[in-house]
Design a binder for this molecule. Structure first.
Ligand SMILES: [Zn+2]
Length: 280
């Protein structure tokens, strides 16, 4: 445990990037070997677009990192926040801290992104992907990266998270989100029990179905508890899923960097009336 704290306390940007690239590479290789959907698409063009948005996500987080470090240093110095007033036990900090950061820094902003129109306009870019795979994980509009960063900072403040915990949480979050977006065929004997604790690919995929109400379910990032707790959990047959978002199904819009960047500033498109026959 000491070694983990020490490592994440002093983790360099190079190591953080290596975790992101390493995770992406591993899941990319696994989904190539054991894919769920084998429909042909230009994987390199698709990856290129998503890696562009991954780089903008990294840049936003890198440029604003000093705010996160400053907030964490401040909560520790002033003994502010949940973890600072309750216990010095590092195991307690690790478990409660990860749970609270995941809820406040990821699940909550994701839920809001689906219920607050202007945030949805940014979050749409993530959902326009019609071939969800591990590279979809960090396909975020820079505006959404700023919104997510803001929530992470507020979460650090409320939780009173020391920096080692913040970096550990972020590293885990990156790898888990790459995992649950991957197009890997997970055997149910492995996916089912895992999904009681973490968000697995079989659990998250329905969130990328092109129609509501299915896209408004399974918001989870690391832990699957929140969706079960707040009634947004759903389990469906993944073989019938159609990825994308009903209002942006035209590939000319959904696969064009310039057009995707402009979506939040274009007019709001109302989702198409749901037909009961489309039930999954
Ligand atoms: Zn979403």
């Amino acid at each position: 445990m000491e070694a983990i704290i020490e490592y994440f306390e002093n983790i360099t940007s190079a190591h953080r990037s290596a975790i992101l690239i390493g995770g992406l590479t591993i899941f990319f290789l696994i989904e190539n070997t054991l894919p769920l959907f084998t429909n042909k698409y230009n994987k390199w063009k698709h990856s290129g677009l998503n890696i562009f948005f991954t780089i903008t996500t990294i840049l936003v987080n890198f440029l604003m990192a000093f705010i996160l470090v400053g907030t964490s240093d401040w909560v520790v110095a002033n003994e502010f926040g949940l973890l600072q007033i309750t216990s010095d036990n590092v195991y307690f900090q690790l478990i409660v801290g990860l749970l609270a950061l995941d809820l406040l820094g990821a699940w909550l902003p994701h839920w809001l992104a689906h219920h607050v129109k202007w945030i949805w306009q940014f979050h749409l870019i993530h959902h326009t992907d019609q071939h969800v795979d591990t590279t979809t994980a960090n396909r975020h509009h820079p505006g959404e990266s700023i919104v997510r960063f803001t929530f992470t900072t507020i979460a650090v403040l409320i939780v009173g998270a020391p920096m080692w915990l913040v970096f550990f949480y972020q590293s885990l979050s990156v790898v888990l989100t790459q995992f649950n977006h991957s197009n890997v065929k997970m055997p149910s004997w492995l996916d089912n029990p895992l999904s009681y604790i973490i968000c697995t690919p079989n659990m998250h995929r329905v969130h990328h179905h092109y129609r509501q109400p299915y896209s408004d379910t399974n918001y989870g990032n690391i832990f699957s508890f929140w969706d079960r707790l707040f009634g947004t959990y759903i389990k469906v047959d993944n073989s019938k899923l159609i990825y994308g978002v009903d209002t942006y199904m035209n590939p000319n819009e959904a696969q064009n960097v310039g057009k995707l960047l402009k979506i939040p500033f274009a007019g709001y498109r109302k989702s198409i009336e749901y037909d009961n026959e489309e039930k999954l």
